[in-house]
Write a protein that binds this ligand. Sequence first.
Ligand code: GDP
Length: 321
Amino acid sequence: MRSRRDVDVPALVEQARAGSPRAVARLITLVENADPRLREVMAALAPHTGQARVIGLTGSPGVGKSTTTSMLVTGLRARGLRVGILAVDPSSPFSGGALLGDRIRLADHALDPGVYIRSMASRGHLGGLAWATPQALRVLDAAGCDVILVETVGVGQSEVEVAGLADTTLVLLAPGMGDGVQAAKAGILEIGDVFVVNKADREGADATVRDLRHMISLGDRTEPGLWRPPVLKTVAERREGLEELLEALDRHEAWMDDRGERARRRAERAAREVEAIALSELRSRMGDVRGNGVLQRVTAEVVAGRTDPYAAAEQVIAGLT
Ligand code: GDP
């Protein structure tokens, strides 16, 4: 482990912008570790961000997310685009190698200088995904990625969080694993911009597609001008359906730009990012009941009945600024 003193932020940012994978990796490690130097990093990166297109991929374990990511990378590289891949595992405290070790399917791209692959754990972070992922996206964006694929394991809330981070959200299902009713229950019908039934070589794919289309048609996205999420079939393992998928992603992008939707989503993303940073800063200034912050002082008053929790909360807020 290097000590913090070894980090030369301006040099690191310069190297990352010049395309050094090592520099990109080190900057993302600073994000992951919530390093105090992040503030300086983000200030240096800010003028170079806003270019990358962010595509979120989510779905249950085993549906074929990493195989599909690999297929997409092949297609995007064929178009000459630089691609960043951020694999976020919200349930894992491990990062780097631990998760990447599983990602053999991405090994095809590991030596391609136009592809950055990085996994990130977010458990244990104050603010979790909401705090760390946007900052890692900024690093990849400033490093010149044209497209960033953010892959998350579908575990409840994280899917919805990922949808908030991406311009376009791709939801993956597999035959038999996710019929329409299950999808509706999991709340993924609302977040998907493009649905993919992968493993279409398996029995039941057409039924899953029909089911999903039906469920989507029952939703509230039927007004003219609204985006109707397409439901596609792929066999990611054989790269079947890649062109149709790229085309659907392009259509969604064009629709967003037409409607000002990309700008709206990005504003929402920035607002959540600022909120997450502000909340984490406020929490650390507040201290805790065992420390010597303002929270500890007012807690004793509340316990003794000398003040009520609302008045105490007001004192806390007043004491923070
Ligand atoms: P993830 O956990 O969602 O990232 O899923 P993976 O990409 O690791 O894939 C899980 C398993 O499904 C692997 O054994 C893949 O080889 C397999 N798989 C991926 N795509 C397809 C497909 O289109 N058809 C079939 N039959 N298997 C697939």
